[in-house]
Design a protein around this ligand. Structure first.
Ligand SMILES: NC(=O)c1ccc[n+]([C@@H]2O[C@H](COP(=O)([O-])OP(=O)(O)OC[C@H]3O[C@@H](n4cnc5c(N)ncnc54)[C@H](O)[C@@H]3O)[C@@H](O)[C@H]2O)c1
Length: 422
């Protein structure tokens, strides 16, 4: 069986490496973070994701996976490194330096006929740039084979989606595309679609921009409702009875590594045409600032009525319900800002047991301690507590639908297309 090098052992790279090891590939996992390398080799998970634990233990004990800080020779390289955005000249730009670093690493072992697959989300044209870089770094190689194959998995359900989701592969030549298709066919049950590189690059960005625009619509509607004194949840429930309308639930903003980031890659590429996409991104950022202002108002009102500052508590930190991922989380932003302005606050999140930045309490302790409680993330556990009526007599302000429709409205992690917060 072929040797595969997976570059980047995070939320995408590690499950991919484990799935490959489980399908009898010999896998080298490369990560620049020595702690990640150490923990993988000790068969200890550094990310929370169901189903990975057993796969990691067996991959390490069967010697199908080894982690290193530099690559070994492999016929196939998969790049799963971060692609963040950075603010430059007043707008967000994609930062490809980690992908470039991975290409430089690959160049040290690359031979004719080896396949490089970019899975990291990249801007339009980035795969071509990487091809040129790899060619320049390997002058003795006749031809480099590179394709782009984006990931569209849902954290919390990664293993299932890695196998079952359809994949889109973008490549320049039929031979290279066939090589990549044959590779993915070994472990992907979903359909594999092939296209050119730019279409594949934009497909990933467009999927996330589509979600962002739909969330922005729900969030904008919630602001209109607020102004008009209308219950947004009731309104959305009613209009969703229309056979061709499916408005998402409003939230406190958009978080996570994809939806809050990827639309900027399109805006960066085409400022002139990406009007709705840019507006939606800013609209979702506005919603978080709007919630923050509401919180400040509530604190002020409490202070003037009670003649003392309230002890403030928050329910939820992660970027969406029922996961532990805090990346780009609007809840983290809100709690951090309130903490900066008002001093220590308390937080409860069933999936976050400790934090260097925030004081974490159990829900019961938070209820007992706090004068004002703000609901930021509608975790199942909070919804259950709301159903039992525990929040009803408190100064509880629900910004995320914890009290709405009670348990009937709990998003299903396996099918959460209706969530507004990514
Ligand atoms: N997390 C998701 O749900 C998701 C979904 C679809 C696509 N993506 C995309 O996949 C890519 C990876 O995302 P992630 O969530 O796995 O990121 P992550 O931050 O969880 O993991 C990335 C890993 O890469 C390592 N790394 C950085 N530079 C490296 C290099 N030069 N060589 C080897 N390792 C290096 C980091 O130490 C880290 O462990 C990103 O482009 C992201 O946008 C992520």
């Amino acid at each position: 069986m072929k040797r595969v090098c997976v570059h980047g052992l995070g939320y995408i790279g590690l499950p991919t490496a484990l799935l490959l090891a489980d399908h009898n590939f010999t896998v080298t996992g490369v990560d620049t973070d020595e702690n990640v390398v150490r923990s993988v080799n000790m068969a200890r998970l550094h990310i929370v994701e169901k189903g990975l634990d057993d796969l990691l233990k067996s991959a390490i004990s069967n010697k199908k996976l080894i982690a290193q800080t530099s690559p070994s020779y492999a016929e196939i390289h998969i790049i799963c490194v971060p692609t963040p955005i950075t603010m430059k000249d007043d707008s967000f730009k994609s930062d490809l330096r980690y992908v470039e670093a991975a290409i430089r690493n690959i160049a040290t072992v690359y031979q004719d006929g080896d396949l490089v697959i970019v899975e990291s989300t990249v801007s339009i044209g980035a795969t071509d740039k990487m091809e040129k870089l790899l060619k320049a770094l390997t002058p003795n190689v006749n031809k480099v084979e590179i394709v782009y194959c984006p990931e569209r998995v849902l954290p919390g359900n990664l293993l299932y989606e890695l196998k079952n989701n359809d994949r889109i592969i973008g490549g320049k030549e039929l031979n290279t595309l066939n090589l990549a298709k044959a590779f993915y066919s070994v472990f992907v049950i979903g359909q594999i679609h092939t296209t050119n590189v730019k279409t594949a690059e934009l497909s990933k960005l467009a999927e996330n921009a589509y979600r962002d625009v739909n969330i922005a619509f729900a969030n904008e509607l919630s602001l209109i409702c607020e102004e008009a004194g209308i219950d947004a949840y009731e309104l959305i429930n009613l209009i969703n009875q229309h056979p061709r309308v499916n408005v998402l639930q409003p939230g406190i903003g958009v978080g996570g590594h994809c939806i809050a980031v990827d639309p900027w890659f399109i805006v960066e590429h085409d400022q002139r045409n990406a009007q709705i996409i840019k507006l939606a991104r800013n609209r979702n950022l506005d919603k978080t600032n709007f919630i923050l202002e509401k919180i400040y108002q509530k604190i002020e009102t409490f202070t003037s009525i009670q003649d003392k500052s309230p002890i403030v508590g928050f329910l939820g930190l992660s970027y969406k319900p029922d996961i532990d991922d805090l990346r780009e989380s609007p809840a983290v932003f809100i709690v951090r800002e309130v903490q900066k302005k008002s001093g220590a606050v308390y937080v409860s999140d069933p999936n976050v047991s400790s934090s260097e930045e925030f004081q974490i309490l159990s829900v019961d302790d938070l209820i007992a301690k706090c004068d004002l409680i703000f609901g930021l993330v509608a975790h199942r556990e909070f919804k259950r507590i709301a159903k039992s009526g525990q929040f009803s007599n408190l100064s509880f302000v629900d910004f995320c639908g914890i009290k709405e429709n009670s348990l009937n409205n709990i998003p299903n992690i396996d099918n959460n297309k209706n969530e507004a917060s990514s």
